[in-house]
Design a protein. Structure first.
Ligand code: AHR
Length: 525
């Protein structure tokens, strides 16, 4: 492996007598906050083949479908128990006019997707198709409303169309279009990236617009009031959060933040062709979401000490170069063990901040950026589950569980930001070899996630359960021979989760041998 010289093991953990490489204390007697299931949220934008060809092929397609939804994709997502799905963007949302996507599909006008490659779309996937999909998946819809190029009236009527049961003009229009009952949408975003593609606004202007739009957002169901989510800052822009929190009108229940694991926006790098340096660098970079969460949380604490407003990381994940040969602007990328590790490390971080962090939506669910699923649309259509999908599947027990803080003692790696020799003043990041989080599930079991980021060395980890009495331990592992391994249509099972047997319970202690470059999730009962 190239450039390993820039990775230096700096600190051996304070282990004197044992042969273990690392120790973890799971503080079962000091439980933290509930991990909202919405932390496991997904995002589906009209972008590339996320919607058309990914989630939706239409009823007349050769590809097996359920009322137009791809059957294989639907089943895989159902299995993931996704809690919330954000739609229709992203940048697309501020160009989207919902009335073009209702009524008979053959009569809907086409639109040019101005943000993503100029692709023409036929609007066959609209409000009904999205909300019915959420209903079938058993997840909450999260609608992102158009502030950038829309109007207050347009947004207000959309909410009436979706949430008014009967007797209003929009409820009657919905019934005419074949849907009798209101969907009772809860999560509604007032714009997306208002600082950028959502209107290039200043925080002050956006905050005033939020106040104006939210004034007219009515609740139609007292049991399920709207949960309005404001468009928040780009990564670490705390001044946006400051202005918004200080001046909003009390209607925001969530404020978004977007953070992508990107080293260089002009040169994202290949999803599959990378060296050890890039791998470690990516993992160090994905961990930067933690200081960003803290930064915004601190500002929010100042104006909202009771934590009534949630921080919503409603876009996160890796963003690589598009796969060679794919359509420019469609953000179709492969997904390797490196992406899986980014997912695991990020979820471990999210679990530590659920006092403020109430939702996170990885970008995106199918065929775009760090996706769960990749499809092709040739013939009967193929589908593969990505390594990231398996991480989400393995972590399912964390949804709605109570976070248990962990103390980790392990080696750390020095990771240079640039692929160069260390020099004085360089921005060296510390990357712990072990990432871990734990939680108590509603049924009382203890779930522990452990990742070993080392490409070469397995890690033996001794885990102190702080008095938790467990009789059994079961688990699964995700690893592969090479870090750049991925699943494709010819080789769909190169990287997949398998049963894990290297966890031993003895005298209240748990010992786990983690293979190099692996994530393990254990459940103790
Ligand atoms: O997820 C892709 C794009 O990234 C979204 O449309 C936008 O909100 C962000 O910049």
């Amino acid at each position: 492996m190239k450039k390993l010289t820039t990775l230096v093991i700096t600190a051996l953990c304070a282990l004197t007598v044992s042969a273990q490489d690392a120790t973890v204390k799971v503080n079962t007697t000091k439980p933290g906050y509930k991990i909202n299931k919405e932390i496991y949220g997904q995002f589906a934008e009209h972008l590339g083949s996320c919607i058309y060809g990914g989630l939706w092929v239409g009823k007349d397609s050769q590809i097996p479908n359920i009322d137009g939804y791809r059957k294989d994709v639907f089943n895989a997502l159902k299995d993931l128990q996704i809690p919330v799905l954000r739609w229709p963007g992203g940048c697309f949302a501020d160009d989207y006019h919902w009335r073009d996507g209702i009524g008979p599909q053959s009569q809907r006008p086409s639109l040019r997707n101005n943000n993503w490659g100029g692709t023409m779309e036929d609007n066959s996937f609209g409000t009904h198709e999205f909300l019915n999909l959420c209903e079938m998946l058993g997840c909450e819809p999260y609608i992102s409303g158009n502030v950038g190029s829309g109007t207050v009236e347009e947004m207000v009527k959309w909410v009436e169309y979706m949430n008014s049961e009967s007797g209003t003009p929009m409820a009657e229009l919905r019934k005419k279009n074949g849907r009798e009952h209101a969907w009772n949408v809860k999560y509604f975003g007032i714009g997306n990236e208002a600082w950028g593609c959502g209107g290039n606004m200043r925080a002050e202007y956006y905050t005033d617009l939020f106040r104006r739009y939210s004034t007219y957002m009515r609740d139609y169901n007292p049991e399920k009031p709207l949960f309005l989510i404001a468009s928040g800052s780009n990564a670490g822009d705390a001044s946006w959060t400051e202005v918004f929190m200080k001046n909003q009108n009390g209607r925001a229940r969530g404020l978004s933040v977007h953070y992508y694991t990107v080293k260089d926006w002009d040169n994202h790098g290949s999803a599959t062709n990378f060296d050890a340096h890039s791998y470690y660098n990516t993992l160090a970079l994905c961990r930067d979401i933690e200081p960003i969460i803290k930064l915004h949380s601190d500002v929010m604490d100042k104006y909202d000490p009771q934590k009534k407003v949630g921080l919503m990381a409603d876009e996160w994940g890796t963003w690589w170069d598009e796969e060679p040969g794919t359509i420019k602007g469609h953000l179709y990328q492969q997904n390797t063990m490196r992406d899986a590790m980014v997912a695991a490390l990020s979820l471990d971080i999210f679990h530590q901040h659920t006092d403020r962090l109430k939702m996170a939506n990885i970008a995106q669910v199918v065929n775009v950026l760090q996706s769960m699923i990749l499809t092709d649309q040739v013939g009967q259509g193929h589908m593969v589950l990505t390594p990231t999908y398996y991480i989400f599947k393995m972590y399912k027990p964390f949804m709605e569980a109570t976070n248990i803080p962990v103390d980790i003692n392990c080696q750390t790696l020095d990771v240079l930001h640039d692929d160069q020799k260390p020099a004085e003043g360089d921005n060296i990041k510390k990357l712990p070899v072990i990432s871990c989080s734990a939680a108590k599930t509603q049924s009382g079991s203890l779930v522990i996630a452990l990742s070993n980021v080392s490409l070469e060395k397995k890690q033996e980890v001794a885990i102190d359960l702080d008095g938790y009495k467990a009789k059994t331990v079961t688990g699964s592992v995700l690893t592969s021979k090479k870090v750049a391994d991925y699943n494709d249509f010819q080789h769909p099972d190169v990287v997949k989760a398998t049963d894990f047997k290297q966890a031993k319970l003895k005298g209240g202690k748990l010992t786990v041998t983690l293979p190099a470059m692996s994530t393990v999730v254990l459940e103790l009962k």
